[in-house]
Design a protein around this ligand. Structure first.
Ligand code: GLU
Length: 425
């Protein structure tokens, strides 16, 4: 018997549901192309494990707040589950499931031996003191403890979390194990087994992907970056270091524009001091939404999902869009910009640098050994450039967009792993 609960409010699609719709749409397209059967499609469309927890947090004034937390393991056929933990007020189980699915394809695409996972806590970390953040992190980790471990599921930073959060996770897990387990989490501080090159890895990967997609000298190429956080700020820096002219950047506080190019180092110093790029004295202010519609060569959306939808996609003028964030274009937006002749380097390729160096960090931890920054950078570049070349060649051979080709490769490898392993029992 099913119970119907009448809804008093019109059905609203949350950003999380929108993200999951996008992920399922991309999977469906790849599965069609690969000719996968219905059973396998359903396996790939559904997470293997999904946990929702209630996390009680004692606030500084003695109050008790309870927030929702999630950990989703979408797939573990190719190795342990891997993926970040996000602290964001808008996160929900749908968003975390979509992000976990993208992690599965991303790891398969770049050829690292992981499945995909993601975690989330529906909270705005900016409203918490550092001690509240620590209590929240430790309690959340305690709630998901049975799921994680260096051979099972390895978290990492994502939106709203950083290396301090990872240090607390490592400590909470290690205290419970009774000994130090650095390999349970990546993106750790160097003193706890972090890897050289991990902090800037996603941005370095964005730079590598952008230069590969440009296929010409980056000198003077105009770039706009949406999001000036962990990924966007360093992506702007590295693109500027490579010779590009970064003309505009934005964060939640505002957007700034300088037609002659921004001095990204100075801008980063301003943002670090004032908490936003807003008010940077050597540039003009720009309405936030205008950044995505600037007449630039390259647009790097490096904030959240759903930044470009069917509403603003027709006004996007960049000829190359490199997805620093996960899921910044909805499928409708993707279709519109592709039809306009623009090229999109998809998230599972463009931002894979983060998880690649996470993998390198984990390998170093498992061997109790550490590599030089040169070695890490070389391995990152190799994996990124190989993946890019494979995607471009498949797209060319089959008449696919880079996103479709990337999904065909990622989904195809996971499907093959399922078929080779067979089904238990
Ligand atoms: N959160 C990052 C991503 O979306 C990194 C994940 C990881 O390093 O495991 O790719």
């Amino acid at each position: 018997m099913s119970i119907m609960v009448p809804s008093k409010t019109p059905a609203l699609i949350t950003p999380g549901q929108q993200a999951l719709d996008s992920a399922l749409h991309q999977l469906h397209q790849a599965a069609e192309h690969l000719g996968l059967d219905d059973g396998l499609r359903t396996m790939l469309a559904t997470p293997r494990r999904s946990l929702t927890v209630s996390v009680p947090v004692r606030r500084e004034d003695g109050r008790l707040d309870v927030v929702q937390g999630f950990r989703v393991q979408h797939n573990v056929s190719r190795g342990p589950a891997k993926g970040g933990i996000r602290f964001h007020p808008g996160t929900d189980i749908h968003e975390v499931t979509a992000l976990a699915m993208w992690m599965t394809w991303k790891c398969a695409l770049v050829g690292i031996p992981y499945g995909g996972a993601k975690g989330g806590v529906a909270v705005d970390p900016a409203t918490l003191t550092v001690r509240e953040q620590e209590r929240l992190t430790r309690r959340y980790v305690n709630e998901i403890l049975p799921l994680i471990g260096p051979e099972k599921d390895i978290p990492a930073p994502d939106v709203g979390t950083d290396e301090q959060t990872m240090a607390w996770i490592m400590d909470t897990y290690s205290v419970s194990a009774g000994y130090s387990v650095p390999g349970v989490v990546t993106g750790k501080p160097m003193t706890l087994g972090g890897s050289l090159g991990r902090a800037g890895a996603t941005s370095r990967g964005v730079q590598i992907a952008t230069l590969a997609a440009l296929g010409r000298s980056p000198e003077g190429v105009g770039v706009a970056v949406q999001g000036f956080g962990k990924v966007g700020a360093l992506a702007a820096q590295y693109l500027s270091d490579a010779g590009c002219k970064v003309v505009a950047v934005s964060d939640v506080g505002g957007a700034v524009h300088a037609a002659g190019g921004l001095d990204v180092s100075r801008l980063r110093a301003h943002a670090a001091e004032h908490g936003s790029v807003r008010g940077y004295p050597h540039a003009d202010e720009l309405p936030l939404d205008d950044l995505l519609e600037l007449d630039v060569d390259v647009l790097v959306p490096a904030a959240l999902e759903g930044a470009i939808t069917e509403a603003n996609a027709p006004r996007v003028r960049a000829r190359l869009i490199v997805e620093g964030a996960n899921g910044p274009l909805t499928p409708e937006a993707d279709e519109i910009v592709n039809a306009s002749g623009a090229t999109v380097v998809p998230d599972i390729l463009a931002n894979a640098g983060g998880v690649i160096v996470s993998y390198l960090e984990w390998v170093q931890n498992m061997q109790a050994y550490s590599w030089s920054s040169g070695e890490v950078e070389l391995k990152l570049r190799d994996l990124m450039e190989n993946a890019f070349a494979e995607v471009r060649s498949l797209a060319g051979a089959r008449g696919l967009t880079l996103r479709q080709a990337a999904h065909v490769i990622g989904v195809g490898r996971v499907a093959e792993a399922h078929q080779m392993r067979g089904l238990y029992p």
